[in-house]
Write a protein of this length. Structure first.
Ligand SMILES: Nc1nc2c(c(=O)[nH]1)N[C@H]1C(S)=C(S)[C@@H](COP(=O)(O)O)O[C@H]1N2
Ligand SMILES: [Mo]
Length: 323
């Protein structure tokens, strides 16, 4: 039988859902039988199994993906937690709004415009953007500026490898990302909670850092609308709002972009917004966080635990000032 190695699986190799489901079903039943035989079904299952993805979510299987040394081994949040407790103000400001009010959103077909200081600008169909790259699983901590966190098994591609294809010129110093503007499908955009569309940005060296990914899925499946389908940024050492969802434009610019949250409240949400337990938000402490699903709060880590990989990017910068 073909065993799922962690190979160079590409977007175009995605297994049709029916095949995938029946194969998984087979594996599950086969191993369940073996374990029952050993009289250890519950114990072994609890200790080793990842939480299951419920059937019928509409998220399509992406098949096996390459593992990454950047992944944390911390306990994963469940699929239900990751898809049921969200910030996506385009669909409303309550944590349950994105799951409830995003059913009308159509993430396909999807085109991403690449423009600005690059030798290869253009409009990219999503599949053509993703296809040349190997899908990787990146299990990352996500720390929201509000003081909660999760561990999410993203599937994505390194943004740096994508950017390389566009050939930025020497004038490109920052990258600006823009979310789709579709008030008919996104009820939150009919209210002026933020200045739509949502815009975020990174310095070019942050954008090409190996930890930065463009995610197309989680838990082995395509993203649901509430998580930023079909394509969103994930920057794990920064507060969650930097990880912009449902991206339709990537622009290479010389100046630091004006971002939605820094425009809405400049004293609370800076451009850099690196996770920093020593710099409090004006209205609350950032020293601790509540991992969704846990009761006690835990200490927040510098750069969300990614200091070894990213601290050098900010050498000589005043981390308080650049909050
Ligand atoms: N376009 C857009 N992107 C967004 C947001 C948003 O409201 N709109 N919320 C951000 C915030 S505050 C967080 S914490 C993360 C949450 O991602 P998740 O819902 O997939 O966990 O998305 C970020 N990306
Ligand atoms: Mo957030």
């Amino acid at each position: 039988m073909l065993i799922l190695r962690a190979p160079a699986l590409r977007w175009s190799d995605v297994t049709p859902e029916a095949v995938y489901l029946s194969r998984r079903d087979f594996i599950r039943r086969a191993s369940a039988g073996a374990l029952v035989g050993a009289g250890a079904l519950m114990a072994a299952g609890r200790a080793t199994a990842r939480p299951q993805v419920p059937a019928g979510t509409g998220a399509e299987p992406l098949g096996p993906v390459a593992k990454s040394p950047f992944s944390t081994t911390e306990r994963l949040n469940s699929f239900e937690e990751i898809t049921g407790y969200n910030n996506f103000y385009e669909f409303g400001t309550e944590k349950t709004d994105p799951a409830r009010y995003s059913a009308r959103f159509r993430p396909r077909p999807w085109t991403v415009r690449v423009e600005g200081h690059v030798k290869k600008p253009g409009d990219w169909a999503l599949d053509d953007l993703i296809k040349p790259h190997r899908l990787e699983e990146r299990i990352y901590r996500l720390r929201c500026v509000e003081g909660w966190s999760m561990v999410i098994p993203w599937i994505g591609i390194p943004l740096g490898e994508v950017i390389e294809r566009f050939e930025p010129t020497s004038r490109a110093k920052f990258v600006e990302f823009t979310t789709v503007y579709r008030p008919t499908e996104m009820p939150g955009q009919r209210r002026s909670v933020l200045d739509w569309p949502y815009v975020e940005g990174l310095r070019l060296d942050e954008a090409v850092h190996p930890l930065t990914v463009l995610a197309v899925g989680l838990y082995g499946r395509t993203l649901l609308n509430q998580n930023g389908a079909p394509l969103r940024l994930v920057v794990p050492w920064k507060y969650g709002f930097k990880s912009i969802k449902s991206i339709v434009r990537i622009r290479f610019v010389e100046r630091q972009p004006a971002t939605s949250w820094s425009l809405a409240s400049p004293h609370e949400y800076g451009f850099y917004s690196n996770v920093n337990p020593e710099v409090d938000h004006p209205r609350w402490s950032q020293a601790r966080e509540r991992r969704i699903g846990e009761f006690f709060r835990r200490p927040t880590l510098m750069f969300n635990g990614y200091a070894d990989q990213v601290a050098h990017l900010y050498a000589g910068m005043d981390l308080r000032r650049y909050y």
